[in-house]
Design a protein around this ligand. Structure first.
Ligand SMILES: Cc1ncc(COP(=O)(O)O)c(C=O)c1O
Length: 395
């Protein structure tokens, strides 16, 4: 068992509330209105876990549970759908010499949207993924009647590949890491292929920016649920980091609010590229990222997310895989299904509060803190989830 962890204050943090928008300015309300027209849209639950909160020594623990989002076991369709939609609008506008805002103005459901984008056929969507994002792009392609090719790094589990294929996509295993899969997917870009990656290659910033913008709906839902409950904003939010798009969305959102919310990024020890970059003062790449937190197994921060996360995150916690296993079991004991990646933020919180009380970062999570944790994924690899939950509770 290895319960190693590290907690660091972000040396690049800018503590004021200056907006740091990953988003290109699109109103969060417009994104939410888009999501509401997609099949089976429903806000995901925001749960309070008082027992775990008192066990960990904080006033309140709120968990945003993304175990089922549009019927998929992760939050990722929020970003994939909005980015695809925006990119299709621009292609269609170019084809018809109209304004992007006009070409996709009139549709009430995904069938009508599919009819509007039909003139773009034959078109294929392509994406790199470690599982969840690619499955989301494949679902979007299926809804709109396009083909999809999804590139996964070597070592992606059979269960995850089967999940992507179940959406009708072709899966290509790329020898190498997530970064290699991103490069391979980017090379597909062309007149008949739209690449929807969640991180950017050279000259390819719009799509990843829209992906992050799409994630904003999750935080709008958190606000709405808290307002309904007559509750203020949390003081701290723990967010898992892969390429950093989700964390950039959290920071962008909370910086628009009146109260300061400390955003703490959580990464696997074996793939802590954002932490390493913040400490180095510039983006750096982790060679051979390696963790069971598959969604966070990324070697390089997204160039679009980096300026936001590097200035907006209060700090970072890195955790060994055993913390993730423990968090999966802890969630299961609370009746919440969360995979290894989905449990990462709780893993970071548990590590910080159980072992990191002497670290300066833990001061931001005192006994009066109201803490928001994102459980970003359900049991998307059911085989792995059962193996972990079935094992004896440790720690
Ligand atoms: C379930 C889950 N949580 C969190 C993340 C991290 O998001 P990002 O790569 O935007 O940092 C991912 C990325 O794939 C994911 O699949």
């Amino acid at each position: 068992m290895s319960f190693g962890f590290r907690a660091v204050l972000n040396p690049l943090a800018q503590a004021d509330q200056t907006p740091l928008d990953a988003a290109g300015g699109s109103a969060a309300a417009e994104v939410l209105a888009f999501h509401r027209r997609l099949p089976a849209y429903e806000p995901t639950p925001l749960l309070s876990l008082p027992h775990l909160a008192s066990e960990l020594g904080v006033r309140e623990l709120l968990v945003k549970v993304e175990a089922s989002r549009f019927g998929l076991p992760a939050f990722k369709l929020l970003g994939a759908s909005w980015a695809t939609y925006r990119a299709l609008g621009i292609r269609l506008a170019a084809q018809t010499a109209r304004h992007p805002a006009d070409v996709l103005a009139e549709w009430a459901d995904v069938h009508e949207l599919a009819r509007l984008v039909e003139p773009l056929q034959p078109l294929r969507l392509a994406a790199a993924t470690d599982g969840n994002h690619g499955r989301a792009v494949a679902r979007m392609a299926r809804w709109l009647g396009f083909d999809a090719t999804v590139f996964v790094p070597a070592g992606t589990t059979e269960t995850r590949i089967a999940g992507i294929e179940s959406e009708g996509a072709t899966v290509v295993v790329v020898p190498g890491s997530y970064d290699d899969a991103v490069a391979r997917a980017s090379a597909e870009a062309g007149e008949r292929c739209l690449v929807v990656n969640d991180t950017s290659g050279p000259g390819d910033v719009d799509v990843p920016r829209w992906v992050a913008e799409g994630y904003g709906t999750m935080f709008v839902e958190v606000d709405e649920a808290l307002v309904r409950a007559g509750h203020g904003a949390p003081g701290v939010a723990l967010v898992p980091i892969g390429v950093g798009a989700l964390c950039s969305a959290a920071i962008s959102h909370f910086r628009r609010g009146r109260h300061r919310v400390h955003v703490i990024g959580v990464e696997p020890t074996g793939a802590a590229s954002m932490t390493a970059s913040a400490l180095a003062g510039r983006p750096v790449t982790v060679v051979e990222p390696c963790s069971i937190m598959a969604g966070l197994n990324c070697g390089t921060p997204s160039p679009v997310a980096w300026p936001v996360v590097s200035r907006g995150a209060s700090g970072f916690v890195t955790v060994d895989d055993d913390w993730a296993r423990l968090a999966v079991r802890t969630y299961a004991a609370c009746g919440i299904e969360a995979g290894e990646t989905g449990a990462a933020a709780l893993a970071g919180l548990m590590a910080l509060l159980r072992q990191g009380r002497a670290t300066p970062l833990s001061k931001q999570v005192g006994k009066d803190a109201s803490v928001l944790v994102l459980a970003t994924e359900g049991a998307s690899d059911l085989v792995a989830w059962r193996r972990i939950v079935g094992a004896q509770l440790v720690g």
